[in-house]
Design a protein around this ligand. Structure first.
Ligand code: ZZB
Length: 259
């Protein structure tokens, strides 16, 4: 899979990170949560960022100026994809559980909400992407369902209610589902929570296909353009701005490099 890895710079650590004395910079390096996405064109609609509270994350030096927060597995992949200063070198500076990151505010590249909160998600897979997921509830049924769980029981999830109360931002429109495809699917498929994984997988398939083949951009530089065309352009813009980079999972890397 060829992902876009989006750099979300830490703007302010949450209470848990502050009590754990996580520094603002490590060895002079800025710190970024790095989220792997297949939908760069939806980044305008980010409302928060998700981590798995029980997943282990590291802080990895990429070069003298930047450190990334992601899983060890992702850092190792990055080390072989020209993202670290020297090939194959993994320089881990810290390690903690995702729960430490909850409540931190991060910068969300290209988003209409320039800063968003890090929140917990039960279904984050440690074996996919970077283990950090940027959340777009307008177009991702998983994100939409998780946010509604969090909004219902903020104390249970250890968050402030307001962090999960940001309404989905319309990013693209499809003829069948309108401006907010994920909430529309959640409603029509009667999905109750993030635990409804089977229906959510089905809803995700529909949202991917509808958005890609029939979607038209509602916001941003490529407003009015078909999603199919806008997608690589938004990605290119983010990469040019050094707010993102290409990131592939191992199988994909080998195939794309030898092809
Ligand atoms: C933002 C976004 C906006 C995403 C959207 C999807 C959608 P897939 O298809 O299963 O490969 N993701 C990334 N890493 C993880 C992880 N470790 N655990 C759980 N979810 C993860 O999934 C790729 C998508 O799953 C990624 O793209 C990311 O969410 C999430 F509007 O980033 B996406 C219809 C989906 N729409």
């Amino acid at each position: 899979q060829e992902y876009t890895a989006v750099k979300m710079e830490v703007a302010e650590w949450g209470a848990a990170a502050q009590s754990a004395s996580i520094p603002d910079k490590v060895g002079g390096r800025k710190i970024f949560l790095v989220a792997a996405t297949l939908r760069p064109e939806t980044m305008y609609g980010q409302t928060n960022c998700f981590v798995g509270p029980t997943i282990k994350y590291g802080v990895f030096a990429m070069n003298d100026k930047e450190a990334f927060i992601c899983t060890y597995r992702a850092a190792r992949n990055m080390a072989f994809q020209g993202i670290t200063q020297s090939r194959g070198e993994i320089n881990q500076l810290m390690e903690f559980d995702g729960s430490i990151l909850v409540g931190t505010r991060v910068k969300a590249p290209f988003a209409i909400h320039p800063e968003v909160y890090v929140l917990p998600m039960e279904n984050v897979l440690p074996t996919k992407g970077t283990g950090v997921v940027t959340s777009v509830p307008s177009d991702s049924p998983d994100d939409c369902a998780t946010l509604s769980d969090l909004a219902k029981k903020p104390a249970f999830y250890g968050i402030e209610a307001s962090w999960a109360a940001i309404p989905p931002v319309p990013v693209l429109s499809t003829p069948t589902y309108g401006d907010l495809i994920a909430p529309a699917l959640i409603k029509s498929m009667k999905i109750q929570s993030q635990k409804d994984v089977k229906q959510l997988a089905e809803a995700k398939e529909i949202a991917y296909k509808e958005g890609f083949y029939n979607g038209v951009m509602l916001v941003g530089e490529f407003k009015g353009m078909k999603v199919e065309e806008a997608k690589p352009k938004v990605r290119e813009r983010m990469i040019e701005a050094e707010l993102a980079m290409a990131y592939a999972e191992p199988e994909g890397l080998i195939i794309s490099r030898s092809a």
